[in-house]
Design a protein around this ligand. Structure first.
Ligand code: SF4
Ligand code: SF4
Length: 115
């Protein structure tokens, strides 16, 4: 775990574990793995309600949420978010809602060649 998370949750040094896993993949394969263009809805965050509990970071299957150390706010990654809504279901503060991609000017559904 990153020092930021260990510090936030006061995880003792001996209980720290490494982030994620190493998945061998040829360089250049990543563009083929972008899943943002599957999305028909996107999670939208209400920073007033967000308690930075990190549930969305933990549950997102594509690691699309992270805590920005400067602003101390959760940041979303549109390139890999497939709109599965897991983060919305797992948010204990009701800080996430889904909104249709068509409601956004650059929404995936509006792009000729999304990502
Ligand atoms: S799960 Fe909800 S409250 Fe927790 S960090 Fe994510 S948006 Fe914020
Ligand atoms: S909708 Fe799914 S893929 Fe997108 S951020 Fe939430 S959990 Fe991750």
């Amino acid at each position: 775990m990153s020092p930021l998370y260990c510090e936030k949750f006061r995880i003792p040094k001996h209980l720290e574990i490494a982030d994620g896993a190493v998945v061998p993949a040829p360089v250049g394969e990543q563009p083929m793995m972008k899943t943002g263009n599957w999305r028909i809805e996107r999670p939208v965050i209400d920073h007033e309600k967000c308690t930075t509990c990190l549930n969305c970071f933990i549950f997102c299957p594509d690691s699309c949420w992270h805590l920005d150390p400067k602003s101390e706010k959760m940041v979303w990654d549109p390139i890999y978010c497939k709109g599965c809504r897991i983060c919305v279901e797992e948010c204990p503060a009701d800080a996430l809602r889904l909104e249709n991609e068509l409601n956004f000017k650059g929404g995936v559904a509006r792009l000729d060649k999304p990502y």
